[in-house]
Design a protein around this ligand. Structure first.
Ligand SMILES: *[C@@H]1O[C@H](CO)[C@@H](O)[C@H](O)[C@H]1NC(C)=O
Ligand SMILES: *[C@@H]1O[C@H](CO)[C@@H](O)[C@H](O)[C@H]1NC(C)=O
Ligand SMILES: *[C@@H]1O[C@H](CO)[C@@H](O)[C@H](O)[C@H]1NC(C)=O
Ligand SMILES: *[C@@H]1O[C@H](CO)[C@@H](O)[C@H](O)[C@H]1NC(C)=O
Ligand SMILES: *[C@@H]1O[C@H](CO)[C@@H](O)[C@H](O)[C@H]1NC(C)=O
Ligand SMILES: *[C@@H]1O[C@H](CO)[C@@H](O)[C@H](O)[C@H]1NC(C)=O
Length: 468
């Protein structure tokens, strides 16, 4: 006799251990009959194998696992989308914060970009809401934050519209108007030609610079009166000619000096000194040098003397008709300058006064060859009330003293229109009295003898045809 046992194993990932135990087969017993045949009785436990159920379960398992895989993939997608979302959210938050903290540096473009990104993220969030069950409310939170951010941006933009962006737009509009204005100006009023030195393609004197101190005159501090300048038209081979004429006792000039260049003048190098001599002294600080000749008021007379400065020889002496002399009508603060000679773009002039003009300034254009008067203008300005005068492009400018350090161009007379005008162009001086003022057309400078100091000023002019 023997015992056999049968085990049935069902392997399924989805069956429980209890079910497995219930399926184990039961006991077998055997016996032998008289003929020697062996009988075995197999007794099974009372159960029927549920093949159909197993099949069902197996199918369910497969479908379940595919579902789970699908769900897993969805969850992975969701997770990666979520991390992208979170990054963008952080980026946006950072940018909104930056904008909130820094009011000035953002532009309209920044707003537009942010708004666009937020709109993109909103549509993405809505798609995710539709496809994935929002088990722990992350998407809902994202959505709320997005709405929050949109609000913040709108607020920011509204706040800014009143300030930076509004101002920016105004600036842009102003620029456009300016351009339009310029276009119109370009069409109607062609740009002014540049001012050509030595010519009169410009308007009236508009301003005068700070004084530029060149040096003390070569004879020293006691020589407070005198004149100096630069020949506007040096005669070749001379390229340049600077001259100084200090008055010995505030009245007469005996010695005068020339330099061939500004550098020589500054370094006291290669001077040429000449003496006029006792019978030929110049009186007052009204002398001028022009085309290699020195013009001056001969002492104790109304004569004008012309001297060739290469030979120191007298070229011509000529009376200036009616001119007052010997300190009758000099300038205030600078005695003995009854006859003030001047040079402008058109040549030689005399500024003086007569008894007939009752001491008012008289202007005469002189022929430099003959020293005869070509034309005369009588102004309305009393000469002793002015401190000095010079002529630019046929216009006389007179100065007066404001303080010991301030002077003013206060009066002008235009010989082309016979009109005089009160003006006010104040300027500084280093010492109290301006003795000789000589205008030099080629460099638009005034050469001023200021109590022994040689100083210069630069003149500025209005453009042509605008005198305001
Ligand atoms: C088989 O059955 C006999 C009697 O029916 C019992 O005595 C024996 O213990 C059983 N064996 C097993 C392995 O269950
Ligand atoms: C935000 O994103 C933009 C464009 O995607 C990138 O240029 C910028 O550096 C990011 N800023 C931060 C703080 O991550
Ligand atoms: C929305 O923004 C406000 C302040 O800007 C903040 O207090 C609040 O917590 C934000 N809400 C969310 C959901 O981010
Ligand atoms: C006007 O003319 C000036 C000088 O020629 C030029 O520089 C400028 O661009 C012009 N402006 C316009 C708006 O045409
Ligand atoms: C005139 O010149 C003076 C001295 O250089 C300067 O201070 C002043 O601003 C100028 N005035 C004008 C209207 O240009
Ligand atoms: C100056 O006078 C001379 C001689 O009379 C004459 O030839 C010359 O043309 C005059 N000059 C001017 C600028 O009138």
């Amino acid at each position: 006799m023997f015992t056999a046992s049968l085990h049935i194993l069902l392997l399924s990932s989805i069956l429980t251990t209890q079910e497995t135990a219930a399926m184990v087969a039961g006991n077998v017993s055997g016996s032998v009959d008289p003929n020697g045949f062996c009988y075995c009785t197999v007794s099974y436990p009372d159960l029927t194998f549920p093949v159909d159920r197993v099949e069902q379960l197996e199918m369910l398992s497969v479908s379940l696992s595919t579902t789970v895989e699908r769900e897993l993939i969805k969850i992975q997608e969701f997770a990666s989308k979520l991390s992208i979302h979170e990054n963008r959210m952080q980026n946006l938050t950072f940018r909104v914060e930056t904008m909130e903290n820094d009011v000035v540096s953002y532009s309209e473009l920044d707003f537009e970009l942010l708004k666009l990104e937020i709109r993109q993220m909103e549509s993405l969030t809505n798609k995710m809401k539709a496809t994935v069950a929002d088990s722990n409310g992350i998407i809902e939170q994202l959505s709320t934050e997005l709405k929050n951010m949109t609000l913040a941006i709108t607020k920011l933009e509204k706040f800014d519209k009143n300030n930076v962006l509004a101002i920016r737009r105004e600036v842009v509009a102003l620029k456009k108007r300016l351009e339009r204005c310029q276009e119109i100006r370009n069409q109607t009023n062609p740009t002014q030609p540049p001012i050509v030195y030595g010519s009169c393609n410009h308007g009236l004197v508009s301003n005068i610079s700070e004084p530029f101190v060149v040096q003390l005159n070569w004879r020293g501090f006691p020589y407070k009166a005198g004149a100096w300048g630069r020949d506007p038209a040096p005669v070749p081979p001379k390229k340049d000619l600077y001259w100084q004429a200090p008055l010995g006792d505030g009245r007469f000039m005996d010695y005068y000096r020339q330099y061939g260049s500004f550098d020589d003048l500054l370094l006291y190098k290669n001077p040429k000194d000449y003496q006029l001599g006792s019978g030929h002294l110049a009186q007052g600080s009204g002398m001028v040098m022009y085309k290699n000749n020195l013009y001056y008021n001969l002492r104790d007379s109304r004569n004008i003397r012309k001297v060739d400065i290469d030979t120191n020889g007298i070229v011509l002496t000529k009376e200036l008709p009616g001119a007052a002399f010997n300190n009758r009508f000099s300038y205030s603060g600078t005695p003995w300058q009854d006859i003030d000679l001047a040079v402008d773009e058109s040549g030689l002039w005399a500024i003086y006064a007569t008894e007939e003009s009752t001491g008012n300034i008289v202007i005469s254009k002189l022929n430099e060859t003959t020293l005869s008067v070509e034309k005369t203008w009588v102004t309305g300005q009393y000469k002793p009330a002015a401190s000095n005068a010079f002529i630019v492009c046929g216009v006389l400018y007179a100065t007066k003293t404001i303080t010991t350090r301030q002077e003013e161009i206060f009066y002008m007379y235009d010989t082309k229109t016979n009109q005089d005008t009160k003006i006010s162009i104040p300027f500084k001086k280093v010492m109290e009295y301006l003795h000789g003022i000589n205008y030099n057309p080629p460099d638009h400078k005034l050469y001023v003898y200021n109590d022994g100091y040689l100083i210069t000023y630069d003149l500025s002019f209005y453009p042509k045809n605008t005198n305001s």
